[in-house]
Design a binder for this molecule. Structure first.
Ligand code: SAM
Ligand code: DTB
Ligand code: SF4
Length: 341
């Protein structure tokens, strides 16, 4: 399959049919698609830093950082630039190619955005890809981020439109789609995915993936998070998702969005090595690397290196990343020529 054949009109029935395949058939199909697009033994790694922590006005039911959730998280104001630079230097030395900065905001104020812009410029100058996740954006804020040289903006749909109201009430699904469109329109790469294990049904998982895969252009990165259950949040204690269902969702994501990086995101600390290996086999080719996500734990770097050694996996280097991006661009050019002559 090449990009010319990438579908953007998936129906819910078609996606559910993929979910319903026998596990081996689904894995085979996902791995076949994966190998047509990517080196199956390379994984892109990003490191996260929470640059502003807690006291968020939103009511996301999964989140440790909502002021409405009674968690024992320590709040922190926007970090000074030199602290961000130190963390980015450390991440680069450990092999991360992308540095992702997250802030617990409903949306940034223009003043705060200026400070984040300085952070983006500094990390960019260190030779790393930059990603930020700051909540909702206006058009002019998206433009400021583009002007700062931002590579990726992360903004998740989180779940299906149908299940969404059970999880968040302070912003709408449409708000999220609007922010994604503003980011896309400004020419910033889109990183958007969701969370599994919040009590949603298989149909909800299929519906979330339909939203993502039917966007006019697929997100370049699709993070699939397993809910990290945080004490004090409304979703604490929800029934855990069957690991095979998580792996199936990764496989379906890979089939629906063949050219996207599919990120095995939050929740790896609770996953066995075998489960992670199956996620990579299902087509995940990106992950968060480093001891912390935003406010919760991630496996330590040594454990990840050992796992990679046992599986014969390698980190994708910056040079390889650029080569993959160039290759994607030339495939895009061919597609444009086919579509528009
Ligand atoms: N405040 C911004 C926003 O919500 O857009 C950015 C930061 S927010 C923490 C980024 C994403 O992290 C959320 O959209 C959600 O998908 C994910 N996330 C947050 N808490 C999580 C948890 N406990 N388990 C899994 N994913 C989580
Ligand atoms: C994403 O999809 N997952 C990351 C990133 N985008 C910003 C965040 C995961 C957060 C997990 C819970 C925490 O550490 O607070
Ligand atoms: Fe705030 Fe983002 Fe957490 Fe929602 S997910 S409460 S917007 S930090």
């Amino acid at each position: 399959m090449n990009e010319a054949k990438t579908k953007h009109d998936w129906s819910l029935d078609e996606i559910e049919a993929l979910f319903n395949l026998p596990f081996n058939d689904l894995m085979f199909q996902a791995q076949t698609v994966h190998r047509q697009q990517f080196d199956p033994n390379k994984v892109q790694v990003s490191t996260l830093l929470s640059v502003k922590t807690g006291a968020c006005s939103e009511d996301c039911g999964y989140c440790s950082q909502s002021a409405k959730n009674a968690t024992d998280l320590e709040k922190e104001k926007l970090l000074p630039l030199d602290e961000v630079k130190r963390a980015a230097t450390d991440a680069k030395e450990k092999g991360a190619t992308r540095f992702c900065m997250g802030a617990a905001w409903r949306n940034p104020t223009d003043k705060n955005l200026e400070r984040v812009v300085e952070m983006i410029r500094a990390v960019h100058d260190m030779g790393m890809e930059t990603c930020v996740t700051l909540g909702m954006l206006t058009e002019s804020q998206a433009q400021s981020l583009k002007d700062a040289g931002l590579d990726y903006y992360n903004h998740n749909l989180d779940t299906s439109p149908e299940f969404y109201g059970n999880v968040v009430t302070t912003r709408t699904y449409q708000d999220r789609l609007d922010t994604l469109a503003r980011v896309r329109d400004r020419g910033i790469n889109v990183c958007s995915g969701g969370i599994l294990g919040m009590g949603e049904s298989r149909r909800d998982r299929a519906s979330m993936l339909r939203e993502l895969s039917n966007l006019p252009k697929h997100p370049e990165s699709v993070p699939i998070n397993m809910l990290v259950q945080v004490e004090g949040t409304p979703l604490y204690g929800v029934e855990e998702l069957d690991p095979f269902e998580f792996i199936r969702t990764i496989a379906v994501t890979r089939i629906l969005m063949p050219q996207s990086y599919v990120r095995l995101s939050a929740g790896r600390t609770e996953m066995s090595d075998e489960m992670q290996a199956l996620c990579f086999m299902a087509g995940a080719n990106s992950m968060f690397y480093g001891e912390r996500l935003l406010t919760t734990e991630n496996p330590n770097a040594d454990a990840d290196r050992q796992l990679f050694d046992r599986l014969g996996l390698n980190f994708e280097t910056s040079q390889e990343l650029q080569a993959t991006e160039k290759e994607c661009d030339s495939k895009k050019k061919v597609r444009m020529e086919i579509e528009f002559g």
